[in-house]
Ligand binder design. Structure first.
Ligand code: FAD
Length: 386
């Protein structure tokens, strides 16, 4: 009989694994523990909800109770694990000790605000990294009783998607970021510019090339000063300045970690026996992709491994699809700096091919109508993890 399994985290990684495992093994005892509500939801849909006018309850596909029922598993919600003792195979929930047979860590990633948020504005400054966060932000926006003025700090995938979505939902959006163009980590400058132009045309205000210097209460507003001395007022601020793997528990337990996540091999094994990791928290053979497709591949491989068929995970050449309907974007960023970018087309319909010294395709980015080339180019690009 296989060891009881405890999965820490009920995001797409933790729940995805539980589902895959249950399909293979109807008998195994599975316990899932989560600090949040444990609702089953698709995180990528969080940044599409305002345009569709979706209240938070419409984003939850199943409650934790329904998940527990469906998976015949124990699901402990609003329960924070405070320590892992890998010598004694025990989780600590404050003073409660919870022994485990095998453990999977799927604790995701945590937002990284650029500065400490003062108490006086904390009710109007938000991050959205799970459904509970979405509920809180949605409530604050609804309470205004009118379209909101929302400042979004950070123009990566999350910042750009929310900017587009909130603007489509009728809100006035201002996007602030230090880079000169949006999505700078995913798009070479001409394509970033195409996206920025499309955002401006749709009414989003862009204040690029500037960082946030101060954030304070200004009557009913939040007042901001930018690094160039420019000022700005908003009803609400959404901070989207990046995510960092949530490694603290693993680090304190003595597992091998780095800023890129908990280190695992291709079997998702961490440095501690009987402990695996996957999802945004895991750095698999040197790669932490932080996207859905890789974590689904990990869930599938790990379910096979945990049910007796050791399976190495591999990733294909999977591009990221950014949900900015004002100017659709697809990107497969090259893993090393390209020798050159070869850019074709006319804005906003652009193709950018990243080539190495020998002219081989090592990544690509597409905007506008050119996103239809994603399948053809992905076929020619190298896999992320062979
Ligand atoms: P999470 O979903 O963060 O889950 C972590 C779990 O760990 C939670 O249940 C949490 O409560 C629990 N936890 C953490 N610490 C503790 C603790 N101490 N005790 C108990 N429980 C704990 N990817 C794409 O591929 N395509 C997209 O279009 C896309 N869009 C996105 C849009 C947004 C707005 C965001 C934020 C991300 C998007 N992503 C997208 C990324 C993708 O959603 C994530 O890679 C994925 O959801 C991560 O899942 P996870 O299970 O690893 O982490």
């Amino acid at each position: 009989m296989s060891e009881p399994l405890t999965i820490l985290g009920t995001g797409m990684a933790g729940l995805g694994l539980a589902r895959q495992l249950r399909a293979r093994d109807p008998e195994r005892a599975i316990t899932l523990i989560t600090a949040d509500s444990g609702d089953d939801y698709s995180k990528p849909l969080l940044s599409t909800g305002f345009a569709k006018g979706l209240p938070p309850e419409r984003l939850a596909q199943r409650s934790a109770l329904e998940v527990a029922d469906q998976l015949e598993a124990v699901v402990r919600t609003h329960t924070r694990v405070t320590a892992i003792d890998v010598e004694a195979n025990t989780l600590w929930l404050d003073r409660e000790a919870l022994p485990y047979g095998e453990l999977v860590i799927a604790t995701g990633a945590v937002p990284q605000p650029p500065m400490a948020i003062a108490e006086s504005v904390s009710g109007r400054v938000f991050t959205i990294n799970d459904l509970d966060d979405y509920r809180v932000f949605h409530h604050a926006l609804s309470r205004l009783g009118r379209p909101g003025r929302v400042a979004i700090v950070g123009a990566g995938l999350v910042g750009c998607e929310f900017a587009n979505d909130l603007a489509d939902g009728g809100h006035r959006v201002c996007l602030i970021a230090p880079e000169t163009t949006p999505l700078a980590r995913l798009l070479p400058e001409p394509l970033g510019k195409a996206l920025g132009d499309a955002m401006r045309d749709s009414g989003i205000e862009l204040r690029m090339g500037r960082t946030l210097a101060t954030l304070e209460e200004g009557g009913a507003n939040v007042s901001m000063t930018l690094s160039d001395g420019d000022t700005l007022e908003a009803d609400l601020v959404l901070v989207a300045t990046g995510l960092k793997p949530r490694i603290q528990l693993a680090a304190e337990a003595g597992l091998e970690v780095s800023d890129a996540g908990i280190h695992t091999d291709r079997y998702l094994r961490t440095s501690a026996p009987g402990v695996h990791a996957l999802g945004d928290v895991a750095c698999v053979d040197g790669i932490n992709a932080m996207y859905v497709q890789p974590l689904q591949a990990c869930a599938k491989a790990l379910a096979a491994t945990l049910s007796g068929t050791p399976t190495r995970v591999s990733y294909g050449p999977w591009p990221v699809l950014v949900k900015t309907p004002v100017c659709p974007v697809v990107s497969l960023p090259p893993r090393q700096a390209p020798a050159r970018w070869h850019i074709e087309g006319e804005s906003p319909d652009l193709t950018a091919l990243a080539e190495d010294e020998d002219g081989r395709l090592i990544g690509f980015a597409l905007t506008g109508a050119c996103v239809r080339r994603k399948v053809e180019l992905a076929r020619a690009a190298p896999a992320l993890l062979v």
